[in-house]
Design a protein around this ligand. Structure first.
Ligand SMILES: [Zn+2]
Length: 192
């Protein structure tokens, strides 16, 4: 297994803010026309539990459509769309919590929880609803969200292996990485 950290900018590649405060009557305010069915149902019945705010986060998209992230990783759509607790977007529904700086071993250190992970087939991406308790430890996060300030997010995951896009080498450990991954990450060759 390889531990991965993926980082996402506060403005995603289609110019949307990646994190968006969910308000009442959200369906009317939703930034896009298309809403996945499970998210639509969630928003239709949306009632904030007292003492919490909720944000919508555009977490990650399939590599085929969104390309490579800033760390040179791309996640194939076939892996992301898988349902169940083993891999894919559904794993957020089982294990997803909000952490700071990837101190994520103990759920007691979390700052919020993923209450819905939804696959957006139109934009080939994972959308998360995250519940954040209004507590002292979250004061700065909530202030930034309420002031519409940029929030950058990242994701930690475990991957069974990496495949090099140049030579096809499969590495199950970092020590198995080929020279392309070690020395030429994010380089684009003249032939693409
Ligand atoms: Zn290689």
């Amino acid at each position: 297994m390889i531990d991965k950290i993926s980082e996402y900018s506060f403005i995603n590649k289609i110019g949307e803010e990646s994190t968006h405060l969910i308000k009442r009557k959200e369906i009317k305010n939703f930034p896009r026309k298309y809403i996945p069915d499970d998210l639509k149902l969630f928003l239709k019945n949306f009632k904030a539990e007292k003492g919490n705010i909720y944000v919508l986060n555009s977490a990650l998209g399939s590599g085929e459509f969104w390309g490579t992230n800033s760390r040179g990783d791309r996640f194939p759509e076939s892996g992301l769309i898988h349902r169940g607790s083993q891999w894919g977007y559904d794993t957020y529904n089982y294990y997803g919590s909000l952490f700071r700086h990837h101190i994520n071993k103990d759920v007691l250190n979390s700052y919020g929880e993923v209450v819905l992970s939804s696959w957006d087939p139109e934009l080939h991406r994972v959308l998360l609803v995250i519940k954040i308790p209004i507590e002292k430890k979250n004061e700065d996060i909530i202030q930034r969200i309420n002031n519409d300030e940029p929030i950058e997010t990242s994701m930690a995951s475990k991957q069974p292996y990496d495949i090099c896009s140049i030579c096809g080498n499969i590495s199950k450990r970092i020590s198995d990485h080929c020279s392309h991954i070690n020395n030429e990450l994010l380089n684009i060759y003249p032939d693409g």
